[in-house]
Design a binder for this molecule. Structure first.
Ligand code: ZN
Ligand code: ZN
Length: 298
């Protein structure tokens, strides 16, 4: 398992999510607990997320072709928007179920303990897989895998909270704990959903690279553009794992195409040495295009 690549890990994540969903549904069926139902629906979100992550690995990494000359990177944002919609539906379902349960509290807690045990098995499975994803994500330098693992870890903590709460309900007979825990899970799912939708909408809107990456690129341009007069008009955008960089480079108007092209090559190499996934486009200009503010090479 230690040698698994990103695509195998993505497939494994689907299998684990389906298995965990099945176990959690059995736990709900054995108990009738709304909190365990909401825990199961949270896993449904994870199944959707896992399928989409696999599609992203599989489809987004296809090389550019005639129909999609900039690559297929944005595929993963569409899948993330769909996941966001599923998350919202799941949270609304839980809210409806918990409000219904709050208005219809039973006198006694009569869940079989078997249901709690089945849920605990699912929890351990999630925990083990989360740890594997975090370890392999670090080794493969894949932020997506690491983020997936962290997400699963946060689900594990939610499930621990639910199980402890239900044990407390069993011990004390406080039936109200069940719908209250379900509401707690619903809020957590909405929070997760908001994060997924916000980051994918940003991606679809061609948001710039994060500020620290832009600073790094400016620093690289400052060193690599030696021989040019100025670099200005830097634009960056992220599309999934891809990074697009555009800028204008002002040179002495009498410089040969050969010489200015060599500087362009230096810039591209420098940016790719730090951002291997970068696609760089440089527009060359003569000195009357100098701008008041720009990056001075040197
Ligand atoms: Zn989740
Ligand atoms: Zn310009």
């Amino acid at each position: 398992m230690q040698g698994m690549n990103a695509e195998r890990l993505a497939l494994g994540t689907i299998l684990v999510a389906v298995l965990v969903l099945g176990l959690k549904l059995v736990a709900w069926w054995l108990t009738g607990s709304v909190a365990l139902l909401s825990d199961a629906l949270e896993s449904l979100v994870n199944v959707g997320g896992a399928v989409m992550a696999w599609m992203a690995v599989h489809y987004a990494k296809r090389p550019a072709d005639a129909g999609h000359p900039f690559g297929h990177y944005k595929a993963e944002y569409f899948s993330a928007v769909l996941e966001g919609i599923m998350i919202i539906i799941a949270a609304l379902l839980i809210l409806q179920q918990s409000v219904q349960a709050l208005g219809n509290l039973s006198e006694t807690v009569e869940w079989g303990r078997a249901g709690l045990l089945v849920n605990a098995v699912a929890l351990v499975l999630n925990l083990l897989w989360a740890r594997l994803l975090i370890a392999r994500g670090g080794a493969l330098k894949s932020p997506a895998l690491t983020a997936g693992g962290r997400h699963l870890m946060s689900d594990v903590w939610t499930s621990v909270g639910v199980l402890l709460g239900l044990l407390l309900a069993l011990a004390t007979g406080w039936t109200v704990l069940d719908p209250l825990l379900a509401l707690f899970v619903a809020v957590n799912i909405l929070r997760e959903g908001y994060g997924v939708v916000a980051s994918s909408v940003n991606g679809l809107m061609d948001s710039a690279a994060p500020e620290e990456e832009r600073d790094q690129i400016e620093e690289l341009l400052h060193h690599a553009a030696a021989g040019a007069l100025q670099v200005h008009g830097l634009k960056t955008r992220r599309a999934g794992v891809a990074l697009f960089v555009e800028c204008h480079m002002v040179v002495d108007g009498s410089m040969t195409v050969q010489a200015s092209h060599t500087i362009c090559d230096h810039i591209e190499e420098a940016i790719r040495s730090t951002f291997p996934e970068a696609q760089v486009t440089i527009h060359v200009e003569p000195e009357h295009k100098l701008e008041p503010s720009g990056i001075a090479p040197g």
